[in-house]
Write a protein that binds this ligand. Structure first.
Ligand SMILES: Nc1ncnc2c1ncn2[C@@H]1O[C@H](COP(=O)(O)OP(=O)(O)OP(=O)(O)O)[C@@H](O)[C@H]1O
Length: 269
């Protein structure tokens, strides 16, 4: 049997531990993701979503618990060491690509796992260019004709679509999506979400996606977890998830957490 892609066991995160401002942000999270699971994470403000993603990515040292990727214990590995296994797309379309490099240069740098040394040594090879053109064409945004354009000159949505492509060029073990469509207008957000689902399905990727949009969390992905005060209160998948509506989800949240969801960003989405 193959190892799960991600195993988080007994994860606790404290901020300012031992001070009057102590904040127990994650309270014993257990989460296992199998290959091909596309999991939406939803929860109110301060529920612990970013803290969980940061703990998995390695940008936050773990207070207690363990994080394994592909069976390997990475709990004490740096972000850089984990970057071989994990790709992350952030909310800000400006994060994740170099504005003064062209589209093809950014893609080439991503293919070389961000190694400037390898990038400067070989530049963009002809076979790479052909592959980038094909991949960009599959997005249906006309970006295959913009290979030579500086990425900083593209719109937020175009840039985020390319960042997504960059993040998945090397087929990461785990893709982390950190509210990656939240800064886009609704129409562009829908386009980038559909592209995300397309890429995740085509490459059979395993992904963990924070969103404030309940409808997106229900529409996309094959599993959905809800966090509340540092704990997983809802974990639904497959058919059970497919049959849920937004009101069902709010009711489930209330039932499990003992209080109604109050986050406006979630409620108004
Ligand atoms: N660097 C930090 N220092 C101190 N407290 C922090 C820090 N980061 C997060 N917290 C606290 O930890 C708790 C969880 O925060 P987190 O950002 O993970 O929530 P979230 O679910 O991502 O919320 P939001 O939807 O508002 O982004 C909150 O109480 C927050 O104030």
């Amino acid at each position: 049997m193959t190892n799960p892609v991600l195993e988080v066991k007994g994860l606790h995160q404290y901020f300012e531990k031992g001070t009057p401002n102590e904040n127990h942000a994650l309270k014993g999270i257990d989460l296992t993701l199998e290959q091909g699971e596309f999991v939406g994470i939803i929860g109110g403000n301060g529920a612990g979503k970013s803290t969980l993603l940061n703990s998995v990515a390695g940008s936050l040292p773990v207070t207690y618990g363990q994080v394994k990727i592909g069976g390997k214990d990475v709990t004490y590995q740096s972000v850089e060491a984990r970057a071989k296994l994990i790709s992350r797309v952030f909310q800000d379309p400006k994060q994740g690509s170099a504005p003064l490099l062209t589209v093809e240069e950014n893609l080439s740098l991503a293919l070389k796992r961000g190694s400037w040394r390898n990038f400067w040594r070989s530049g963009v090879k002809r076979n790479e260019r052909k592959m980038f053109k094909e991949r960009l064409a599959s997005l249906n945004l006309g970006l295959e004709d913009r290979l030579g354009a500086e990425i900083g000159l593209l719109s937020g949505g175009q840039r985020q679509a390319i960042t997504l492509l960059m993040a998945t060029l090397n087929q990461p073990e785990l893709l982390l999506l950190d509210e990656h469509t939240a800064a886009l207008d609704p129409q562009t957000s829908a386009t980038v979400m559909a592209l995300t689902a397309q890429i995740v399905a085509e490459q059979h990727l395993t992904a963990l996606m924070i969103t404030h949009n309940m409808a997106d969390a229900l529409k996309y992905g094959n599993r959905l977890i809800m966090l509340d005060h540092g704990q997983i209160v809802v974990d639904v998948r497959g058919e059970e998830k497919q049959n849920l509506t937004v009101p069902d989800l709010l009711e489930l949240f209330k039932e499990r957490s003992g209080a109604a969801m109050t986050d406006d960003a979630v409620l108004l989405s």
